[in-house]
Design a protein around this ligand. Structure first.
Ligand code: GDP
Ligand code: ZN
Length: 392
């Protein structure tokens, strides 16, 4: 049989949907059946074009050329990672575009041989190639808190990805109130999609916004995120139960990140890790995460290039816009955080800032650290993030 001939030699392109222990659930692309080859839309690579993948230090694509899986084919394979990838320290993340070899169709297994270069990489949650953040809030129950919304928006903007803002529970307020909220958020620089998951309002519009993209869902608890996932993907829970083997513990496992396939195409991730956003950018970066301020800076510049937009002369950002107060508050937090990082990074300093419970800080003498290898800035940052996380 033709399919069987391909099954031992074929190489396939796919996306990693979930990672657990040393297993990877990979959704395979359905290739161009005419040519029997697969192109990679996102990277613009073509199946027959030889390109160098620096990270993997290998030629891409490997020969023989990529094959279309036999049809009808199982869209999902449970894969291991080739030893070669382990040796070169190549991690495989959820969202990664990968090449799978030696598919065993009857057992639903395969092996990841290559990881394609990533377009983007989120930290928490750890997902590669995300296109956009879907931020869900409720218009009521829980009430819409502008400051909390702003905080989530800043966090979402800081990823550099597109932000889609949805307000759920539209059924709880009048259209008049909806339009007032909509106008207000337009002033912040956001188009808002009102919806009601319970009443199936505008779920169809959302489908189209999510189509063919990798989207990360975020928002505070109680706004209807789980309801939304179940509405968008009716068999989300069921399917988790169906997968055999080590992945079957599903999305309820701690820190488990999973991409769900949307019926019209596209992948959606639920993100427990994103839901208590801390302001972790530098003071200088912060202003870029306010679209309404970005607009001002696109047409004019502050006198000083390092302007923090407080009381500096010749500032074009400071002024009469609704979220300026939010900006000032987040700026204080960003400055405090950077001061803390600088103190930890300064090897001459004999004191260090210690964070106690409930966010209180105090200076303590630093321990002799000469004989230890100095930590990299990145490690310090990670430790700090862990510290914040523990305080939450
Ligand atoms: P999550 O914490 O964000 O995952 O929120 P859930 O999906 O658990 O929903 C929290 C509550 O909001 C549940 O009682 C839902 O039934 C309710 N809810 C979800 N969507 C809607 C909606 O469109 N309208 C109303 N009135 N309630 C909703
Ligand atoms: Zn300024």
């Amino acid at each position: 049989m033709k399919g069987e001939a391909l099954s031992t030699t074929g190489q396939l392109l796919g996306t990693v949907l979930a990672v657990q222990a040393n297993f990877y659930r990979v959704q395979l692309d359905l290739g161009d059946k005419e040519t029997g080859r697969q192109g990679d839309k996102e990277t613009g690579r073509q199946g027959d074009k030889e390109t160098r993948d620096e990270k993997n230090n290998c030629s891409f694509p490997p020969s023989p050329p990529l094959f279309v899986p036999p049809s009808p084919c199982p869209p999902l394979l449970l894969c291991t990672r080739r030893t070669r990838l382990k040796k070169i320290g190549q991690q495989v993340m959820v969202g990664d575009r990968v090449i799978v070899e030696e598919p065993d169709w009857s057992g639903g297994r395969g092996a990841i041989a290559f990881v394609l270069p990533r377009d983007s990489e989120l930290d928490r949650p750890a997902i590669a190639n995300v296109n956009q953040i879907l931020l869900v809030f409720a218009v009521a129950d829980p009430p819409l808190e502008p400051y909390q919304l702003s905080r989530f928006l800043i966090k979402a903007e800081s990823t550099g990805l597109d932000v889609v803002l949805c307000l759920n529970k539209g059924d709880l307020v009048s259209t008049q109130v909806q339009s007032e909220i909509s106008d207000r958020l337009l002033g912040w620089g956001y188009q808002t999609l009102f919806m009601s998951v319970n009443n199936n309002i505008n779920i169809d519009k959302l489908y189209y916004k999510l189509q063919d993209k990798i989207t990360v869902l975020a928002g505070p608890s109680g706004v209807g995120k789980s309801s939304l996932i179940n509405a968008l993907i009716p068999d989300a829970q069921l399917r988790v139960g169906e997968v055999s083997g080590k992945l079957s513990r599903g999305r309820h496992t701690t820190r488990h990140v999973e991409l769900f396939e949307l019926p019209l195409g596209g992948l959606l991730a639920d993100t427990p890790g994103f839901n208590q956003p801390d302001i972790d950018c530098t003071p200088e970066e912060l202003i870029r995460y306010f679209p309404e301020a970005r607009q001002k800076l696109a047409v004019d510049s502050c006198r000083f290039s390092n302007c923090l937009h407080r009381d500096e002369p010749g500032c074009v950002v400071r002024g009469n816009w609704e979220r300026y107060e939010h900006y000032l508050e987040f700026l204080e937090q960003a400055i405090a955080r950077q001061t803390q990082i600088n103190q930890q990074a300064d090897p001459e300093s004999t004191q260090k800032l210690k964070t106690k419970g409930k966010g209180q800080t105090q200076y303590e003498p630093k321990l002799e650290s000469k004989k230890y290898r100095q930590k990299s800035r990145r490690t310090q940052l990670q430790e700090l993030q862990e510290l914040y996380k523990d305080d939450e």
